[in-house]
Design a binder for this molecule. Sequence first.
Ligand code: AMP
Length: 224
Amino acid sequence: MRIVLLGAPGAGKGTQCKRIVSKYGLLHLSSGDILRQERSAGTELGKKAQGYMDSGALVPDEIIVEMMAGAIIKASESGFVLDGFPRTVDQAAQLDKSLKSSGKKIDAVLSLQIDDKVVAQRMTGRRSCPKCGAVYHIENLKPKVNGICDGCGSKLIQRPDDTPEVVANRLRTYHQQTKPVVDYYKKNGTFYDIDANSDASDVTALVIGHLDKMAPVGSRCRIL
Ligand code: AMP
């Protein structure tokens, strides 16, 4: 299966992708994770992307398409789930073109629908450990000691892209540039809208309900 998971920042794409990957044995390709790795390794690409990411804007299409193309073609034999890519209609068209040139296509697109106010509450309340990467929430997932990581004792921080101004900007960017990708896929192939306002496990049940219809029989019954 070659799947695209769409949704606003904070819609839970990463969580759902991990579950899809573990159930169906696909590769998880997250453009945001790849960019963060490039940044922490201090590469040229990471340096170019930094300013866009910190302000909540999109990294230019040519940089992203070049970064993702090779990984996607490599993963297209075993199957993949794309998380955070494509984020513009141009990226989607280029993805289709490059898959088509090797006789492949996207099999399904799942679009996580979530209210902006739920996203804002989830993201601005998030606190992260700069040392071990653990993630908490000021209301829903509190550490044992306020502001301190349970795992390694470091002081928790709010990531620059989780501040209220940047979250508002990321949502604006999503509505202007990524929402049209939803319309693009609605017209081109198998498309499912999924309500993502509820608990992650309820959303997973909806996701799996759709994907099981497409998956080879042997992969349908693994418990998550
Ligand atoms: P994410 O973790 O997917 O929300 O991505 C974090 C940031 O990386 C985004 O706010 C963008 O600045 C950048 N980014 C990730 N994927 C893309 C993409 N497909 N196109 C442009 N920018 C992206």
